[in-house]
Design a protein around this ligand. Structure first.
Ligand code: FBP
Length: 351
């Protein structure tokens, strides 16, 4: 039975994300409602961030916050605001035992005056934030895993779990409209924020990504520091080796925006390793893993070139990974042509 056979919008009744989460929860007889509650809190945080992003140009929240985060990147003011909004939206609900954010070096513990729960949340509060000032879509990405250690407080062992152990994942895109796409392992579903009623309404139930796609999303200004097999792969996608027709290059520079386009229209997003970033740029735990869970639920695939992203055993909270993600047919080409996943092990094509 497919979910969208269950609930439909009518003129007088709408399918909100809350209602959809409850309907999905019924499919888990042992569900306690904690995960549903956490997803509601994240939907609320997304609405608050959307409001800030929408009016960013009018309020003094554009530009950098003059801080360098654990990634070595200059934090944008909205990075800090989004980070705070998410922490405050989820730290008191009694569903989480610990959090981790792209903007914070270590584990964020639940304040002593709040109850701990059985889940851990890992998130990128504002992905693509370097695009905010130029009004290009940005996003929020989140991943939820179950606590595996004893005791009430979460620790690094709870955070460093392979992506296949995620119980939920999602992203929000702050674009021409604000959309939230999530999965709890029963398909990937999209909701659009209706600004009039301030509710996320079901707009894309059971998303299915085309098996092969038309879009190639890659920053090829790194071509000179790519290794030979990555260059050969990009020639393949561009139809330059006569093996297939050329894909259409589209690159926004916001992972969520590029991923979302390809999830709906088909295609591949690639952030290969290069000699400057031998493990690529994107973070495994709160960028690659959640999007890999969603794309697999939509019938797509995600690899670092040699391994399924969801099977990578994490060793560090902010570790990076090469990423090839999207339509399965296109990702399989990457898996067949990339011999080794990181750049360290490969002879340079050109210096
Ligand atoms: P953050 O903004 O969360 O650090 O994300 C990194 C990111 O901006 C991705 O959204 C995007 O895909 C990538 O970096 C762009 O990198 P580059 O400028 O090297 O192409």
């Amino acid at each position: 039975m497919r979910m969208n056979d269950v609930v439909r919008h009518t003129a007088t009744s709408v399918v909100t994300i809350e209602r959809y989460i409850i309907e999905q929860e019924k499919m888990h007889p042992d569900a306690t409602g904690e995960l549903s509650g956490l997803l509601y809190d994240l939907a609320l945080a997304a609405k608050m961030i959307a409001n800030k992003v929408r009016s960013a140009g009018l309020a003094d929240i554009l530009g950098s916050a003059e801080n360098i985060n654990v990634q070595g990147e200059t934090q944008q003011k909205l990075d800090v605001i989004a980070n705070e909004i998410i922490i405050k939206a989820v730290d008191h609900g009694g569903r989480l035992c610990a959090l981790a954010s792209e903007e914070e070096p270590g584990i964020i513990q639940i304040p002593d005056n709040f109850k701990c729960g059985k889940y851990c949340l890992l998130f990128d509060p504002l992905d693509g934030s370097s695009n905010i000032d130029v009004n290009v879509p940005v996003g929020t990405i989140f991943s939820v895993v179950r606590k595996i250690t004893r005791g009430s407080r979460g620790d690094m062992e709870d955070m460093l779990q392979p992506g296949r152990r995620q119980v939920a994942a999602g992203y929000v895109i702050y674009g021409s409209s604000t959309m939230l796409v999530y999965t709890t392992g029963q398909g990937a579903h999209g909701f659009t924020l209706d600004p009039q009623i301030g509710e996320f309404l079901l707009s894309h139930p059971n998303i299915v990504i085309p098996h092969t796609g038309r879009y190639l999303s890659v920053n090829d200004s790194y071509e000179s520091v790519w290794t030979e097999d990555v260059r050969a792969l990009m020639r393949r996608y561009r139809g330059l080796d006569g093996e297939r027709s050329a894909m259409n290059v589209r690159y926004v520079g916001s992972l969520v925006a590029d991923f979302h386009r390809n999830l709906l229209g088909g295609g591949i997003f690639a952030y290969p390793p290069n000699t400057k970033s031998p493990n690529g740029k994107l973070r495994l735990l709160y960028e690659a893993n959640p999007l890999a869970f969603i794309v697999e639920q939509a019938g797509g695939a995600a690899t670092d070139g040699t391994r399924r992203i969801l099977d990578i055993e994490p060793t560090d909270l902010h570790q990076r990974t090469p990423l090839y993600i999207g339509s399965k047919g296109d990702v399989d080409i990457a898996s067949s042509m990339i011999t080794q996943s990181t750049a360290e092990e490969m002879p340079l094509a050109v210096r």
